[in-house]
Design a protein around this ligand. Sequence first.
Ligand SMILES: [Zn+2]
Ligand SMILES: [Zn+2]
Length: 151
Amino acid sequence: MKGDLTGGCLCGAVRYILREGLRFRPYACHCTDCQTRTGSAFSEHMLIAKQDLAIEGDLDSGACDQPSGAVSTIWGCAGCKVRIFAESDRRPGFASLRCGTLHRSAEIVPAAHLWVGSKQPWVTLPDGVPALAEQPRTQAEWLALVGPAAT
Ligand SMILES: [Zn+2]
Ligand SMILES: [Zn+2]
């Protein structure tokens, strides 16, 4: 998805504009942590440059340790608790947008599926889309899998 994108929470208190900038391609994560965090089967993430995200409204946050040892901090609406983006202490300057909060989320098509070893058995993945049992281990692998589109 190109151009400026807009999104927000359910109660309307939090609204954002994601300016066109450094934007990775979206991916779906089927890890059990994401299942618990979302209360659902998987989550949709898109890595962005934090400076491209202009957000309005009261946010609050919660932090948790990841298996890698990184600390992930999730930010969401202080009122309705919709989660908007997460930050990792290992990736300063970046944020991971929760793609379902985009107004045009129907246009989000994951470029990869991660942690499919723990995906819910009834989720059927599309043909031709990379699916990893776990996740990329290096920056180079991340870039190759879901790095910014060339065009
Ligand atoms: Zn809200
Ligand atoms: Zn996950």
